[in-house]
Design a binder for this molecule. Structure first.
Ligand code: ADP
Ligand code: MG
Length: 143
């Protein structure tokens, strides 16, 4: 067990459904702390870069179009095992496979429009945090 940081995105469908507060509430209830947050509308280039790992997948173009369809809420969560905890709270990629009580089970419309993104490991977490917040965009919790 160790304190980790992870990147979370509330995707355009989650923002549209006015779920920012509900989703942040779930993270905070699980003991995670928000150490950076930003509302933004991704450009095509930003969405393509962020999801570059999926560029050979058949759903890549649709994914980029979905992620640029409206504003997103990007944040960094910090806490004990934050990466795995965030993934647990999110639920499986496909809401049909997601556990009861997870964000995706409760709110996702489909495997594509699944409300939230979360880093899947320490390396991607570091890369994704740097992608949005650089080296000095985090705000340490001094109390
Ligand atoms: P996760 O977001 O759970 O880490 P992936 O990294 O596999 O899932 O996929 C990234 C995103 O691409 C998903 O969250 C979803 O929005 C979209 N996606 C994944 N698989 C599919 C699919 N089979 N069809 C359409 N969109 C998909
Ligand atoms: Mg992923």
């Amino acid at each position: 067990m160790s304190v980790e940081q992870t990147l979370s995105i509330i995707k355009p469908d989650g923002v549209e459904k006015n779920l920012i507060g509900e989703i942040c509430r779930r993270f905070e209830n699980a003991g995670l702390q928000i150490v950076a947050a930003r509302m933004m509308h991704l450009s095509k280039e930003q969405a393509e870069g962020f999801y570059e790992v999926h560029k050979e997948r058949p759903f890549y173009a649709d994914l980029v179009s979905y992620m640029t369809s409206g504003p997103v809420f990007v944040q960094v969560l910090e806490g004990e095992s934050a990466i795995g905890k965030n993934r647990e709270i999110m639920g499986a990629t496909n809401p049909a496979d997601a556990d009861a009580g997870t964000i995706r089970k409760d709110f996702a419309a489909s495997i594509e429009e699944n409300v939230v993104h979360g880093s899947d490991g320490p390396e991607t977490a570091a890369q994704e945090i740097a992608f949005f917040f650089g080296d000095d965009g985090l705000c340490p919790r001094t109390r």
